[in-house]
Design a protein around this ligand. Structure first.
Ligand code: HAM
Length: 428
């Protein structure tokens, strides 16, 4: 065998989608879109590649290590986008800073991260998300969580959990323990991965009492009582921990609003998120049955505008891992392509092909239809229509045409009737 020199296969970590799969994906996208729009969010689209700096400014080590970074022919450093929050903030600063607040945006877009592919983890994957800009209030945070949960509910997804944390408190504790801001990313990354947190803190020389307090707080889980425990622990230190108390009170207010709306969640102060721009409330949603890649949504309150040389603006949002939601819906038997009305126009002989095309054009003034393009004999064409799930067939034959009619066959019932050609543009 001669050695193969070319590789025409799909790049690792990417996927192709066939029509049936695309129909299901589009239907999920439409449901999500309808929820985002019901909440008054408007769709935006940004380029697939951005200046490298936009992404490296504050996205964190985790993302930087996984970028598809390249130089264009003018030696510009560009990268395929690994996420859409930084691009949408750039768009906001370029076009929408003067718009009345809040600015409510949503997006669908493919993202690229050079990661080790596995089920639910790809190098090219799709995100759907929202960004809410301009409201500093807890109701903005509660609304963002509400949008995410409402979309999952409308999709019919069951068995998902919402976990809420607060990275602002974690950052305050790090600073009080002598860890400089520049080193926060490595700690947050260790917390996010759930590995070597103590080792990382020791390595950075964190004050021992603060380290113990932080490690205890990271373990806090449950309902609002876990927040009260965090407050007590912070107060017991007797140290002035800056805005930690205010941040906890603020989170409590967000949770109270979620209670009012009847949403279930659990508190998890060990959530750190893999991105570096979060400053306050953070949340993640997990779906059962997806194994290691069960996180279907991530988001929270973040600060990016000032890092991108804009005015500070309160911002909060989330992104769904679209592909993981597809996997979760599929595993729960909730992924179905919408039923489509299919109508096939069949010519009874070669001499009728032109007439079949003409009649199809008349039908298309009112509804979609297809023309049989393989010149199958009528019996075979009907068997084909049956196998392919066409509900109705229009048979174009010389005898009926002479009367200005065609035969309309209902495939389900096996019944047929003559219909006048001019009536084909109306209800059938
Ligand atoms: P993220 O958690 O990095 O957050 O990504 C959001 C979601 O994208 C994840 O929860 C996960 O479901 C999905 N995802 C991430 N990487 C992959 C991958 N390699 N393959 C398949 N799915 C993946 C963000 O990107 C933030 N921009 C979210 C946000 C919006 N925060 C505020 N606003």
């Amino acid at each position: 065998m001669p050695k193969k020199t070319s590789d025409f296969s799909r790049p690792k970590g990417t996927r192709d989608f066939l029509p049936e799969e695309m129909a299901k994906r589009r239907s999920v996208e439409e449901t999500m879109r309808s929820v985002f729009e019901d909440f008054g969010y408007g769709e935006v689209e940004t380029p697939v590649f951005e200046h490298l700096e936009l992404i490296t400014a504050k996205s964190g080590e985790e993302i930087k290590a996984h970028l598809y970074h390249f130089k264009d022919k003018s030696s510009r450093d560009l990268t395929l986008r690994p996420e859409l929050t930084a691009p949408v903030m750039r768009l906001y600063l370029e076009a929408l800073t003067h718009a009345p607040k809040p600015v409510k945006l949503y997006y669908f877009g493919d993202c690229f991260r050079y990661e080790e592919p596995q089920s639910g983890r790809y190098r090219e994957f799709r995100q759907a998300g929202v960004e809410l800009i301009g409201s500093p209030n807890p109701e903005a945070e509660a609304e963002v969580i509400c949008v995410a949960v409402s979309a999952l509910e409308r999709l019919g997804l069951k068995d998902f959990r919402v976990s809420i944390g607060e990275v602002g408190v974690l950052r305050t504790l790090l600073e009080s323990g002598g860890i400089h801001k520049e080193a926060h990313a490595s700690v947050m990354n260790a917390i996010d991965k759930g590995v070597d947190v103590r080792k990382t803190l020791d390595g950075l020389g964190m004050q021992k009492d603060m380290e113990e307090l932080l490690l205890t707080i990271l373990e806090l889980r449950g309902g609002k009582e876990a927040l009260h425990t965090a407050l007590e622990l912070i107060e017991k230190t007797g140290i002035d921990l800056g805005d930690a108390r205010a941040k906890i009170n603020r989170l409590e207010e967000t949770l109270r609003l979620l209670d009012v709306m009847g949403f279930e969640y659990s508190l998890d102060l060990g959530i750190a998120r893999g991105l570096d721009y979060y400053t306050g409330m953070v949340f993640e949603i997990y779906a059962e049955g997806l194994g290691a890649q069960k996180q279907i949504c991530g988001g929270g309150t973040y600060s990016l505008t000032e890092i991108l040389d804009g005015e500070p603006a309160p911002t909060c949002g989330f992104a769904f891992g679209f592909d993981r939601i597809i996997l979760a819906l599929e595993s729960q038997g909730k992924l179905a392509a919408p039923e489509k009305e299919r109508l096939l126009v069949v010519a009874t002989g070669e001499d009728m092909v032109g007439e079949a095309m003409r009649i199809a054009s008349i039908i298309r003034r009112k509804r979609g239809c297809e023309v049989e393009l393989m010149r199958r004999k009528l019996v075979k064409a009907l068997a084909y229509a049956n196998n392919m799930g066409y509900q109705r067939v229009v048979i174009v034959g010389g005898e009926e045409l002479a009367k200005g009619c065609v035969v309309l066959r209902n495939m389900g019932k096996g019944e047929q009737k003559e219909v006048r050609i001019e009536d084909l543009g109306g209800p059938l």
